[in-house]
Design a protein around this ligand. Structure first.
Ligand code: AMP
Ligand code: FE
Ligand code: FE
Ligand code: ZN
Length: 285
């Protein structure tokens, strides 16, 4: 069975490999397709697409947006096959990036109040010029010996509800989906299993998102249990949504998650591409 991976991150956000190296790693893993879906940016897509090779994997330009969840909290929305330079999408992303720039110094200040010697420049250096996110804060905390590993950095300081966590302003779901669809992309709810909702609550949420333009759900995901995968495949079938799947590969920033293989048992069938492309091509642009 041919396999694909439609959820990965590069140095343009909080991944470790450059966009070109993500494409190359997918070729080495023998994948039929790979999508680059960096957080809140399309910055890496030009380099990613230029790494295409004859006989290599199909390269899918994507993005992952943090979106306000109706009723509180947040959800992640993937846009697959977005047109990287599309002006309205870029404008929307600039707003989100601005929100990150406002949030990051606040997190530095929280950490300093807690007695952690850390400077914004160090976090920016860890991000290497791409979008700054909490994994970069985590990396600095590990490098300074404040914590032993990335998991401890999130657990003690950075996870939602922890002392250094600061909310960032998010796009509304309808707005985010309009941006993705306007750029020619397919809208996919990322890792629904991580929301840890009762199946009926999740179904209601997904049905509501479908009304706002949702076209697919990521049923196959590194951290979904087999029972969740089955539940989500059933949900997609009932609601008439396309199915997607990916590892959420970040390189060493998410240890234990391998491209195309997740924690070792992830298998995303290439046959899913047909349904996703059908959704893409029915778009009114
Ligand atoms: P941000 O977009 O800056 O809020 O950072 C979110 C990113 O942090 C996610 O995409 C993950 O890569 C990472 N992350 C979030 N929670 C955790 C956690 N508990 N442990 C490790 N990484 C996490
Ligand atoms: Fe991430
Ligand atoms: Fe995500
Ligand atoms: Zn992701």
């Amino acid at each position: 069975m041919k396999l694909i991976d439609l959820h990965t991150h590069s140095t343009a956000s909080d991944g470790v490999l450059t966009p070109a190296l993500v494409a190359r790693a997918a070729a080495e893993a023998g994948l039929a397709a790979v999508a680059l879906t960096d957080h809140d940016t399309t910055e890496g897509l030009a380099e990613f697409l230029s790494a295409a090779q004859p006989g290599g994997p199909e390269l899918v330009p994507g993005v992952e947006l943090s979106v306000a969840r109706p009723g509180g909290g947040s959800i992640h929305l993937l846009g697959l096959w977005v047109d990287p330079g599309e002006p309205r999408l870029e404008k929307g992303l600039e707003r989100v990036q601005q929100a990150r720039r406002e949030r990051n110094p606040k997190m530095v200040a929280r950490l300093r109040e807690m007695g952690v010697e850390i400077a914004m420049e160090e976090v920016e250096a860890a991000a290497g010029g791409g979008q700054v996110g909490r994994p970069h804060f985590a990396q600095v905390l590990v490098d300074k010996g404040v914590v032993h590993n990335l998991g401890e950095a999130f657990g003690r300081y950075l996870k939602r509800g922890a002392p250094a966590y600061v909310e960032k302003q998010r796009l509304e779901p309808g707005e985010a989906m309009a941006l993705i669809r306007g750029a020619g992309g397919v809208t996919v709810l990322a890792h629904p299993g991580l929301l840890e909702l009762h199946p009926l609550v999740l179904e209601k949420l997904v049905a509501g998102l479908k009304d706002l333009g949702l076209m697919g759900i990521e049923a196959y995901y590194s951290e979904h249990k087999p029972s969740q995968e089955r539940q989500l495949l059933g949900l997609a079938a009932r609601l008439g949504l396309a199915v997607s799947g990916g590892s959420d590969f970040h390189g060493a920033n998410k240890p234990g998650i391998r491209l195309g293989a997740g924690q070792g048992t992830l298998r995303v069938p290439a046959a899913l591409l047909a349904g996703l492309k059908q959704a893409r091509d029915t778009l009114a642009r």
